[in-house]
Design a protein around this ligand. Structure first.
Ligand SMILES: [Zn+2]
Length: 405
């Protein structure tokens, strides 16, 4: 086999590896149109494109719509399914929800041993953006910037924790806007007793935000990546969403049907519903922060309003509009830099270099999906006792006495 950078050259060896699956030419051609196939054509000279054997097997089996390899030893045939399915050994789901299907629906439904894979995917996604941002001259990248740093220290770290929640209600967002307006008025007041009294009243309102709320609601928001280029700023929150989750399945089917049946390009290009839902959720989360960023521009604290972009990807490697925006934000700055330089010694065309940059960026995100899916699939369904930090429930006192007498 010749090792080249051309994806087409890898077609033969890959298809030759799976002759027993009796892949038809039509099926393979259809599969080539999906994003997931880019994993098989990736340049292995790039270290980040190399998957571990277990990761490759897991992704390939999902791509070929084959059931995962048996791990738990309790696979059984099920009605309406043409493959034997294993059942989760944990006790967190019952009936239909406890079975491990080929699409990883159970893995994505809070199965505790899959949390490692879930967090791994999110972390890798953040660092993909950071890695590509560092390739563009002039772009500064910061992973997980502090919210008070993003706001140039206008609010203290403690205030930001109280104001910007990860899961804000509509009432909370409204109150935050009122409080921040009030704080601005306080700052504009001359020093004196009136100002102190107004500041104390605003602080009391902020304190009241955090009373009688659950630990989950107390969690504060933190953006994933901050990119800066001159006065331009892009704030990114990355997320990987499962489009076949129980709550999203019906809407996803409707969207898929719409895309298949419509002859209008705009409808065909619509993203998965799960991506739209994830974007809407993130926009709600960052509503209060965006409000303050806008106010900072009006008040003259910032030269330009930053772009806040939720970057959503599905577990199957479908990239949302946020991914395209981040890709283009970086690619256009790279191209502008290359065009401003004199002719390159290697004679490479700036347009081709930028095109490669775009393709590599998309591929890197799909690679993250492959790694995440494999890590989750390998952990899913394991009993709670096998997870570090969790112990099986203590035996009842009567059992303990019976055993020890
Ligand atoms: Zn489970």
């Amino acid at each position: 086999m010749r090792c080249t950078r051309s994806g087409r050259r890898l077609y033969t060896p890959i298809s030759a590896r799976v002759p027993v699956l009796a892949l038809t030419k039509t099926w393979w051609q259809r599969a080539q149109r999906t994003k997931g196939n880019t994993v098989f054509f990736a340049r292995l000279s790039d270290h980040d494109n190399r998957l571990l054997p277990e990761e490759f097997v897991c992704w390939t089996r999902r791509f070929l719509q084959l059931p995962p390899l048996t791990r738990l030893g309790n696979a059984l045939p099920r009605a309406h399914y043409d493959y034997d399915m294993e059942e989760c050994l944990g006790e967190h789901n019952e009936a239909e929800d406890s079975w491990l299907d080929i699409y990883g629906t159970h893995d994505n439904s809070q199965c505790a041993p899959t949390m490692h894979g879930k967090h791994k995917g999110h972390t890798l996604l953040k660092y993909v953006v950071d890695r590509f941002a560092r390739m563009v001259p002039g772009v500064r990248s910061q992973v997980e910037p502090h919210t008070h740093d993003i706001l140039d220290g206008q609010y203290s770290e403690a205030d930001c924790r109280r104001l910007f929640r990860k899961y804000p209600s509509a009432a909370h967002s409204k109150t935050v806007k009122e409080i921040t307006d009030e704080l601005d008025k306080v700052r504009a007041m001359p020093a004196g007793q009136d100002r102190d009294a107004a500041a104390a009243a605003a602080n009391a309102k902020m304190e009241a935000l955090n009373t009688n709320i659950t630990q989950k609601d107390r969690k504060s928001v933190r953006l994933d990546v901050q990119l800066c280029h001159g006065s331009d700023e892009l704030l990114i929150d990355a997320t990987i969403t499962h489009s076949l989750s129980k709550s999203a399945r019906q809407a996803e089917c409707k969207r898929t049907l719409e895309r298949l049946q419509s002859g209008i390009a705009r409808v065909k290009d619509l993203p998965a519903r799960a991506i739209e839902t994830a974007r809407a959720k993130k926009q709600r989360t960052y509503g209060p922060l965006v409000y303050i960023l806008k106010k900072q521009v009006v008040d003259g604290r910032r030269p330009k309003e930053p772009l806040v972009e939720p970057m959503a990807v599905t577990t199957f490697g479908e990239l949302g509009p946020g991914c395209t925006l981040v890709q283009e934000w970086l690619a256009m700055r790279l191209k502008a830099h290359l065009l401003a330089q004199s002719a390159r010694p290697d004679g490479r065309d700036p347009a081709k270099i930028t095109g490669r940059f775009r393709a590599d960026f998309r591929l890197a995100i799909v690679m993250v999906c492959a790694r995440r899916a494999a890590a989750m699939q390998l952990g899913s369904g394991l009993p709670h006792a096998s997870i570090r930090g969790l112990r099986p429930p203590a035996p009842a006192v009567d059992d303990f006495i019976a055993v020890n007498t």
